[in-house]
Design a protein around this ligand. Structure first.
Ligand SMILES: NC(=O)C1=CN([C@@H]2O[C@H](COP(=O)(O)OP(=O)(O)OC[C@H]3O[C@@H](n4cnc5c(N)ncnc54)[C@H](O)[C@@H]3O)[C@@H](O)[C@H]2O)C=CC1
Ligand SMILES: CC(=O)C(=O)O
Length: 309
């Protein structure tokens, strides 16, 4: 498996590369960036640790490195300002994104490549990639609410003193203000979350609110997300590389599940070597379903305004 990271010189791309190196699963990590010195420096820094970590090939360069990549992960983009909503970013990011898709089209890409979008607003740019590239829709996925989900699980675990890996609650919908935490099926180690010691409706509401504001909080305090988003990206890439068919909250084109269609958004999705292989529809609380459909509506309106307008 060769993974190229477009924007690999930046914070998100370099943290993803480091997580992939420690993951020891993919064969080659290619960092692509317009900032040549920066990307060469990142690749060199990763390479310096190779004898301690893994035998992967690590290279840096221009768009041509994506030509034979099995997974093209796009993290190039402009960062969100603390007071800016993710959707406001689209106006600054669409032109940049179109130009790097243009570079990719020029150099070419594998017919079975998975294009994995991380740049924000991730759901809208995932939809744009699907429109612009000549690939089946299932081969184009976005990070969606994978990062939001680990933030929610990890912070809730800390509050109730449970192991983060045993907290099972997932966020779906937009990677943005209208994200929807699905509490109807939440568990800790297989036990119903609401019966777990220390869990109260007020605590749940507080952690959910903190999760919603996490992106902005991290940007304000350290400039942008790095470690957690890098780990999230590596988790999805490993599910693809190993054809794990895990159910993950990635963003992909919808065609009817939960009443959503013609929009890229996160719902329970089977992720494997062919990308977003299918969507799983389960019963939600009516208020969760309504919120998920509203989230889809928010994204649809943005797509209509920005991409079709
Ligand atoms: N979906 C998610 O959960 C998250 C998404 N993000 C998004 O990831 C993106 C990147 O964030 P950071 O890494 O913090 O920004 P950054 O500024 O550190 O890195 C962006 C990199 O992209 C490069 N770049 C710009 N134009 C390029 C082009 N045409 N081709 C190749 N490289 C190009 C820049 O030189 C820079 O190295 C942003 O859009 C941010 O909002 C960030 C965190 C979470
Ligand atoms: C920047 C962003 O989308 C996040 O940290 O959630």
């Amino acid at each position: 498996m060769k993974v190229s990271i477009v924007g690999g010189g930046g914070l998100v791309g370099s943290c993803a590369a480091s997580a992939l190196q420690f993951g020891r699963i993919v064969r080659e990590i290619a960092l692509v960036d317009v900032n040549q010195d920066l990307v060469e420096g990142q690749a060199l820094d990763l390479l310096h640790g190779a004898s301690l970590i893994s035998d992967q090939r690590i290279v840096a360069g221009g768009p041509e490195l994506s030509k034979d990549a099995d997974i093209v992960c796009i993290t190039a983009g402009l960062r969100r300002k603390p007071e800016e909503s993710r959707l406001d970013l689209i106006n600054r990011n669409v032109a940049l994104f179109r130009s790097l898709l243009g570079d990719l089209k020029k150099v070419g890409y594998k017919k079975d490549a998975i294009v994995f979008v991380v740049s924000n607003p991730v759901d809208v740019l995932t939809y744009l990639a699907m429109q612009e590239l000549d690939l089946p829709a299932q081969q184009i996925i976005g990070l969606g609410t994978v990062l939001d989900t680990t933030r929610l699980r990890s912070m809730l675990a800390q509050r109730i003193d449970a192991p983060p890996s045993q907290v099972d609650v997932t966020i779906y919908g937009e990677h943005g203000d209208s994200m929807v935490a699905i509490w109807s099926n939440a568990q800790v180690a297989g036990l119903p979350l609401e019966k777990y010691p220390g869990v109260t409706p007020a605590l749940i509401a507080e952690v959910e609110k903190k999760t919603r504001g996490s992106g902005a909080e991290v940007i304000k305090k350290k400039g942008g997300a790095g470690f957690a988003v890098g780990a999230s990206i590596a988790d999805v890439i490993h599910a693809i590389a190993l054809d794990q068919r895990r159910i993950m909250p990635v963003s992909s084109l919808q065609s009817g599940a939960y009443g959503l269609s013609d929009v890229s958004i996160s719902v329970p999705t089977v992720v494997g070597r062919k990308g977003a292989m299918s969507h799983i529809e389960i019963e939600l609380w009516p208020k969760e379903l309504t919120a998920l459909q509203r989230s889809g509506q928010v994204l649809r309106e943005t797509i209509d305004k920005v991409l079709k307008g």
